[in-house]
Design a protein around this ligand. Structure first.
Ligand code: PAF
Length: 310
């Protein structure tokens, strides 16, 4: 089987490195020639909870070199999903499946538009990875990967992914309610990502300070109201307590959005708090806290060049 991972960010590198332990053909597709060249020479370097190790992967910027793939795994930022899958259309053959483990809500819909919903598999990964440099990551946390299709069906490709992932040590199970799962993860990101990006604090700090704890609770409460109105079944009995528990469990993490801000990059705010703002407005549910969070993060990500450095 041929598996292609698109995007050598933290998650793309982690998944590629682990999958390279399988007996399948693994390709990493990059859009940046210099970066691809470097990863080709050095491999992927991993440190952290799975030890210090290196993985050799096939990497290319030329999608034609790969041919068609059995499985394509999207590991680009959500705002690049559309362009990345359009560029990679030649990977899609009769039987190909496309898996997204990206943050936020909207990727399944974007991918479905391009390749057809019957091919698209969604999921969440609770693995933690931080990009330390080109092709160099810290494996910061181990956790389950949960995958499924929006219609709840479990075709053979989903079982294949579960088998391959489990065989290389990426603990994976299947869910029939992927929407509930994605929204449950969304609510965690709504509470943590924007606030850590604005305050430049580690996840754990958000619940240590009265101000951030209050804003976190309000942002999450708005998101829960939107999810409830949409009749989405969240997987946690007490989602607010869960977000605070994740802050504790990932206390020293630098959230993915704060990593983007520190690297002066665009963030995934439109796919996280932006979803709550848009859907809240559509449903007539007030979402003032998420609106402020979105406006602040958007201001930060478009004004790096104007920042006063102290
Ligand atoms: O985006 C992230 O950083 C992660 O999803 C989470 C759970 C907030 C931990 O840092």
């Amino acid at each position: 089987m041929k598996i292609v991972i698109i995007g050598p960010g933290a998650m793309g590198c982690l998944i590629s490195a682990f999958l390279s332990k399988s007996n399948h053909k693994i390709w990493l597709l990059d859009k940046d020639r210099e970066r691809a060249e470097r990863i080709n020479q050095q491999g992927i370097i991993i440190e952290g909870i799975s030890g210090n190790w290196q993985a050799k992967v096939n990497i290319t910027t030329n999608v034609q070199e790969i041919g068609t793939a059995d499985l394509v795994i999207m590991a680009v930022k959500s705002y690049d999903t559309k362009q990345a899958i359009l560029n990679a259309r030649s990977l899609i053959g009769q039987e190909s499946a496309v898996l997204t483990l990206q943050n936020g809500i909207g990727n399944i819909e974007i991918l479905s538009e391009v390749v057809g919903s019957e091919r698209v598999i969604g999921g969440v990964s609770n693995q933690g990875a931080t990009l330390l440099g080109i092709g160099h990551i810290r494996h910061a946390g181990k956790g389950e990967t949960i995958i499924g299709r929006i219609d709840g069906k479990i075709p053979v490709q989903i079982r294949f992914i579960r088998e391959v992932f489990n065989s290389v040590g990426l603990e994976t199970r299947i869910s029939r309610d992927i929407k509930g799962l994605l929204w449950s993860k969304l609510i965690i990101n709504v509470g943590i990502n924007a606030l850590t990006a604005i305050t430049r604090l580690n996840n754990g700090r958000l619940i240590e300070f009265e101000g951030t704890r209050k804003i976190l609770r309000e942002a999450v409460t708005e998101a829960i109201k939107v999810a409830k109105r949409k009749r989405i079944k969240l997987i946690y009995d007490d989602p607010l307590a869960k977000v605070e528990a994740v802050c504790e469990a990932t206390a020293i993490n630098i959230s993915s959005m704060l990593q983007d801000i520190l690297r002066k990059r665009r963030t995934e705010i439109d796919f996280i708090n932006g979803v709550i703002v848009r859907q809240g407005q559509e449903l007539g549910i007030p979402v003032p806290v998420n609106t402020v969070l979105v406006d602040l993060v958007k201001t930060i990500e478009t004004s790096y060049h104007l920042r006063i450095e102290g």
